[in-house]
Each structure stands twice: as structure tokens, then as C-alpha cells.
Design a protein around this ligand. Sequence first.
Ligand code: ADP
Ligand code: MG
Length: 683
Amino acid sequence: MTLSLESIEVKQVNGVSAQKQSELHAFGIFNVKDLLEYYPFRYEDFRPRTLGEVKHGDKATLVAKVIGIPVLQRFGGKSRLSCKLIAEPWMFTATWFNQQYVREQLTVGREIVITGKWDQKRSQITVTDYEFPDRGGGKTGTLQPVYSVGGKITQNWIRKAINQGLQQFGELIPEILPQSIIRKYDFMPRKRAIATIHNPEDSREGQQGRRRMVYEELFLFQLKVQAFRVLNQRRTDGVVHTVDNATVRQFVRSLPFELTDAQKRVELEILQDMRSPYCMNRLLQGDVGSGKTVLAAVALFATVRSGFQGALMVPTEILAEQHMRSLTRMFEPFGISVGLLTGSVSGRKRKDILAALQMGMLDVVVGTHALIQDDVFFRSLGLVVTDEQHRFGVNQRSVLRRKGYNPDVLTMTATPIPRTLAITVFGDMDVSTLSERPKGRVPITSYWVKHDMLDRVLNLVNREVDQGRQAYLICPLIEESEKLDVQNAIDLYVQMSQHFPNYKVGLLHGRMTPAEKDEVMRAFYNNEVQLLVSTTVVEVGVDVPNATLMIIMDADRFGLSQLHQLRGRVGRGSHASYCVLVADPKSEIGRERMTAMTETEDGFEISRRDLELRGPGDFFGTKQSGLPEFRLADMTADFDILEQARDDAAEMLKDASFWTSPEYAALRTYLQNEQIFQGEIID
Ligand code: ADP
Ligand code: MG
């Protein structure tokens, strides 16, 4: 057996004590493999420039000569050392803070290489790093890696430790990519790639090394995700739904509209999955208003008609009530019972629902997180649907799933994400996309106006309401303070009630009791309230087709996806709809958001721009996104590599010889060590 880097303790590296070894644990470094794969997050450039190239405020490395006598000033316990230098033909002053010992070394005529921040106005440089070429060696001319360090581990120390590690054990770095891939992309060997990332000879070499390792990271990830999917498809112990087409047709025909072609296509995909013995794990992504709910209804209908129960989980009570109402309307003629389980369903009512679920007396349950509590049992859960999936963590979804025996799972999201990213994040799911909206929808016209035009915006409210329509007015968002948000909403509500004495104005915010919220929403659904002043609690899913005007105050404070969600509350019927963004953005990003909103109504385009403006981490929120974390890869910048890696991984998994060929032996071993396949798929 060959020695593997994982089995070598870090203290085997010369210069690393047992003490230091344990300090490295804080950085996730436990063995030599971890140490060598601890990559820098950027490089410091010590390649000399001439002053002609350097701009005010730049950090630069200069080759210079001492031409003056150093002057030392002391103040308090501190000191400042200044000395005149020349970097032909420019003369300037170099300043060291609190390093008076440098004085002796600054002899006139001696050559020095300094790195620091250039102050154009004073013709002065504050030195952060310096070297004397007559001493030999050094950093001059190099790119120095910068690592994430802290505590007793310093930049210089870790650089040395890694380099020492490379020297002693670099030869043991295994090649894991198959030769075919290395040849295809002309990648450098793994050993060299890792060494070069720590010590790039020049930036081009560093780039090549990085590119190779980024590819490797994404390729391994893709292999894993896709292998899970293959594995899942091989499992044949899922629920088999037996409902026939004629029965489903009956239900679809009872709907007040005809399904769009996109809806029909997705309906087929879902039914096919449900009838198979495989566990459905399907993501349905469709822009706001594309009509996802009705597909959830079809799937729920199919599970009930096959003799099972269905659950629909949504992120807010408002949404749960809304779905409860619309499902009841759709299912009543077929004798299918629907129950509601949210945080505000309690006591006797809750007990009854739980009992009915457990005994199989209730066909469909709609609810919030309340559905995943320990005391909720189903008699035969065949289908789990989650709406607005980005609001739920991966765990919450799987808790609900485990309440049945391998039920089919349908996940719906209105935050369409770029295809490539969907494949990365949800690579273990099949993805269905609703690409078109129902016919007869009039596009939403979006305006961006400044605050001083508010009066004219309010005239729009008059016009719409006089024509029988309704409007939303969304309050500004105060960062980190729901309390202030609520105060805003109340203030705005009072103002609007005075401004529109002839209309009924409603108020909705997160601090109201569920019953109060429900009351206001019901009044808005029934057009008893014409103008609804609200915080972002209406952001997801709310469906009132008669509402045609969405006004968002201080719109630049909201994220792009959130704005798009809010806008999606209108344009749901056949009337022309408007979205007015009231904002005086102070930041560039705020202005770009406003422009994006007025330029496009396409959710995919919006999310692409959002991603650009924020980067993927922010885009998906916290850890719960299930977004993988990579050492080197950046999913926005490395999209192209990701796509290649995905295709290569798919091809490799298709090829039966992957599992047995000696060419893949190293890769398989690596994957097993990383517990990527956990032996499940490699027989
Ligand atoms: P979302 O995809 O945002 O969840 P919904 O499912 O709430 O969208 O649907 C938006 C509106 O469009 C609802 O009022 C719904 O009844 C209606 N709708 C859905 N499908 C169609 C269709 N094929 N034709 C006409 N209206 C439809
Ligand atoms: Mg919806």
C-alpha cells in the first residue's frame, strides 16, 4: 500500500510542533493532505513597477536606492522613520512606522525594494514590506499567497509550513483525474497544480493551476450529485400511483381554464414519475404567476385517487389559507377532503385534524411548519408538495418526507435560477420548468419614480380603483428591525386612510395575529378593501387576480428577487397591471436594481442579474440553501468550468466501464476516501 497524505500527521512536517498541529485544527487542517489543500484566497503582488505606472492609493513594489539620511521621530511610545529614496528618475520619501531598527540598514547608495501604499500628493510611500537585494533571495518579483489565518498562525508561518510540506511530501500527491480528461483539457499534473497555486511562478501559471483544481472540485461534485440521482432512479421501492388518465382528465376538465402547453407538459412529467416505482424528486420552477398551484392540485388529486394522502407545505399562514381555499374549491366536487394545519390551528381543532390524518379520514392537508411536528402522523402519505421551496431548509423537507414510506416529492419554486446553477444546487432532482404564462395575460408595466412624484403615483391608485381594481402599497424595509417596519406600515396606513377617504384601506404586517391577518386578506380577496398597505408578508404566493397596481416604497432597499416576487402579485388576471418603484437610490447597486426591474419582466433574467449583483452566497441566503461550499471554485465566475464538468461527469457515469476500468481506479479510491459514494454505488 502506498502512503497516503491523509494518514500523515501535520507535525511530520519539519518545523510544525505538536502545539502548532493542534492550533491548525481551527482551520480544518488535520493532516498533510488538508495542509497542502489549504489554498490562498488571493495573492500579493511583489513584482516591481515603476512610479510612472502607479496611481495614487495603489499598493506597489518599487526598486529604489537610498539617497538621504534617515530621520527618526518619536511620539509617545511610537516612532516614525522617514528616508529619501530614488526610483529613477523619481525621488520620494519612504516612511516606516514603529520600526526604528530599520534606520541602521538605510545606508546611502544601498539598493532597497519596498512595498507599500503610494501617496501621490505627498510623494510618499508607507512601507509595509521591504527587502535588500544584496542579501539575496526574497519575495521581490513574486506573487505571494495570502491565506486565511488567525490566532497564533501567521501568514509567514503558514507559507513556510506549506512549502515545507510540499518539499517533503509533494511527491505523494496522487493524480486522480483520468488521463482522458487531463489530455482533453491539457491540464498540468495534480502535483504541479497544487504546488503552483501556493507558489505561482507568474500569474498565468497560477491561473492554469487554479483552473485545473477548480475543474477537479466541480467535477467531483458533479459525479457525486449525478451518481446520487442514478442511485435514486435505481431504487424501486417508491410509491406507485395507479391513477388512470381518464380520471385525471375529469379533474383537469373541471378547472375554470384550459392548461397551457407548458402546464400540460409538466403535468405529464409529474404523472409519469408518480406512476413509476421510483421515488419522484422533482423541482418545478416557474416564474411568478406561471400557474404552479394547479399542477400541485393535479398531483394531489392523483395521489388521492390512487388511495394515498397528500400534503402541501407552504412557508406562511397567509399562503396556507389561500391554498386551502382554492384546493377546497377544486376538490369539493370530487368529494376529496382538505384540512388546514398551521400554528394557529390549535386545541380541539388540531386534535381532530391529527386524528383524521392518522386514520386516513383526511385526504389532503395544507399547512406550514406545523406539518413537520413530531405528533403529526399520516396513515398513507403518498405525495409531499412544498411550495416556494427556497423558504424551507433541506432538512425541513426531508422531515416531512419521512412521515410517509418513500412518498413522491414535488418541490415548487418561484425563484427561477439559471439553468446551470439549478443543475449544481439541485443536481439530484429532476427539473421541470414552466416557461410560459397563461394566455391572455397583459404584461406588467414597471415604472421607477422619485419620491417627489408620489402624488402622481397616488393618482394612479384613484384611476385603478375607480375602474374596479385593487392596489398594494408596500412599506419600506428597515434593515434588522421588524418593529420599525411595522411602525412604517402603520404610519403609511394612517396617511392613506386620510388621503383616500372614499376607499377602504387595509393594513397587513407580521406582528398581527393570524386571525387578524386572515381577516384583512379575506377582505382584500373579496374587494372589500381596495388598497392594501403591507409589509413584505404578501411577498410570496398571494394570488388576488383583481389587483392591478403594486407600489413599492423605497424600492432600492429590497433585493431584486424580492422586488420581482412583489411585482408578481399583480398581472394575475386579464387587466393591464402596473408596478411602481418609488426610490431615490443612493448606491450604484440600488440604481442597477431599479433599472433591471424596468427593463425586464422575465424572472430568469432577473435572477441572473441578481446573481451578478450579489454573488451566489447571498443569493441563496444562508446555509439552508444546500448550496455546496467549494475550496476554490466560485460558481458565478467559474460557470463555464461547471458546465464542462457536468457534461464530463454525465458521460463518465453513462459509460459502464467507469465502474471497473483501471483508468478510473484512482478516482474511485479518492471518491471513497472522501465518502462521496460511501460504497453505495460502487459495487
Ligand atoms: P404561481 O405559479 O405564481 O404559484 P398561481 O398558481 O398562483 O401562480 O397562478 C396564478 C393565477 O393564474 C391563478 O389565479 C391561477 O388560477 C391562474 N391560472 C393558472 N393556470 C392558468 C391557466 N392555464 N389559464 C388561466 N389562468 C391560469
Ligand atoms: Mg404560487
